[in-house]
Design a protein around this ligand. Structure first.
Ligand code: KG4
Ligand code: ZN
Length: 340
């Protein structure tokens, strides 16, 4: 059957990346992202600096995404934007832009939940790439969230477990900060840990009931460990960086994996997906793919660029909402704590 062309502009501005993407009937035509280096020196995102950078970036990033896709803004079917969760100042920039763009073009406006969009990144049309079948489990691990979801349909998601304090990405970032690495430290822990011994050091795993997580104790234990080792050997970090990174990465990945194993056991759902920035972690990807080889798990991991924050996932979520005619009106406001 011939599908009518649906062109969605997706805008992402929940944290420190300004993203704009054009999706044509589920296929990505462009996916532009402007990262903000301004936060590197601070060990975390500075909200006021983030919103100012979004203001500077939003117009060039949207223009670039239209240019790269080879389309004119008048051809767009709808504008989708991240309503939350995220930083209020950052969300305000993307939502204000999306609202005025939709109003000026007289096309529908679509609000998207950032966490649902991470999951829906699995439905981006890619040649030769299979999509997960409902119901499936999704481990959504980002800088702000750690959730195990049961996904029964595109917008029917139930939280089976989540973190009570730090998110997995935050744990990576805080550990990296203790090591003196710049923000975001997760990719650097991954990089330096690649050549290290993951069993050289051990760190305590939090004993949290059911499918929930806690990572704040790990960060504190790590901080005391480093402090004590430096007392004995001032160059301890420099001399053992690869082993330290590999060991802390193993503990975080083991924690995530054991909860996913428990989730599969209790729900008997064996289709398991990864989403969110931490799904770019090579040890986590390896661990979950190993599980696919040794058990009946069917594992799905989005392409690298659709794991970390991006606007293509907002546009694909917008595409499915467009098919449902689920539109927002101009009175809509951002929701920094947007639950679903
Ligand atoms: O989903 P995301 O891009 O933004 C949020 O919604 O938070 O996730 C960012 C998080 C950061 O904490 C970053 O350190 C982490 O994902 N991250 C990684 C890796 N790549 C990104 N953590 C570990 N290993 C990586 N390779
Ligand atoms: Zn995210």
């Amino acid at each position: 059957m011939h599908k009518p062309p649906i062109l969605i502009l997706g805008i992402e501005s929940s944290c420190d990346d300004t993203g704009s993407s054009i999706v044509y009937n589920g296929k990505v035509l462009s996916n532009i992202i402007a990262n903000q280096s301004v936060h590197e020196a601070f060990g975390g995102v500075v909200p006021e600096l983030a919103s100012r950078a979004h203001q500077q970036n939003i117009v060039p990033v949207v223009s670039e995404s239209l240019k790269k896709a080879g389309i004119d803004k008048k051809e767009l079917s709808a504008v989708a934007f991240t309503r939350g969760p995220g930083l209020l100042g950052s969300l305000l920039v993307g939502s204000s832009f999306a609202k005025s763009f939709a109003l000026a073009l007289e096309i529908p406006l679509i609000e998207v939940n950032h966490m649902q969009a991470h999951v829906l990144a699995h439905f981006i049309e890619e040649d030769g790439q299979k999509k997960p079948e409902f119901p499936f489990l999704c481990l959504t691990v980002s800088g702000g969230h750690t959730q195990i979801l049961k996904v029964s349909d595109y917008f029917k998601m139930e939280i089976l477990g989540e973190t009570s304090d730090d998110a997995a990405g935050e744990a990576f970032d805080k550990v990296a900060k203790i090591l003196g690495l710049p923000y975001p430290g997760g990719p650097l822990i991954d990089k330096y840990g690649a050549t290290g011994n993951p069993f050289k050091y051990n760190f305590p795993k939090a004993n949290v009931p059911e499918l929930n997580f806690s990572f704040s104790g790990l960060k504190t234990a790590f901080m005391y460990f480093i402090r004590d080792e430096i007392k004995k050997e001032p160059d301890f970090i420099q001399n053992n960086l690869a082993d330290i990174c590999a060991s802390i990465q193993r503990v975080i990945v083991d924690t995530l994996m054991s909860k996913m194993e428990k989730a599969v056991e209790t729900t008997r759902i064996k289709t398991v997906c990864l989403a969110g920035g931490v799904s770019a972690n090579s040890a986590l990807r390896k661990a979950i793919l190993r599980k696919q080889e040794s058990s009946e798990w069917k594992v799905f991991i989005p392409k690298f660029e659709y794991c970390t924050d991006n606007a293509a996932m907002i546009a694909i979520a917008g595409y499915y909402k467009y098919l449902n005619k689920d539109f927002a009106d101009q009175s809509i406001t951002p929701m920094p704590r947007y639950l679903f």
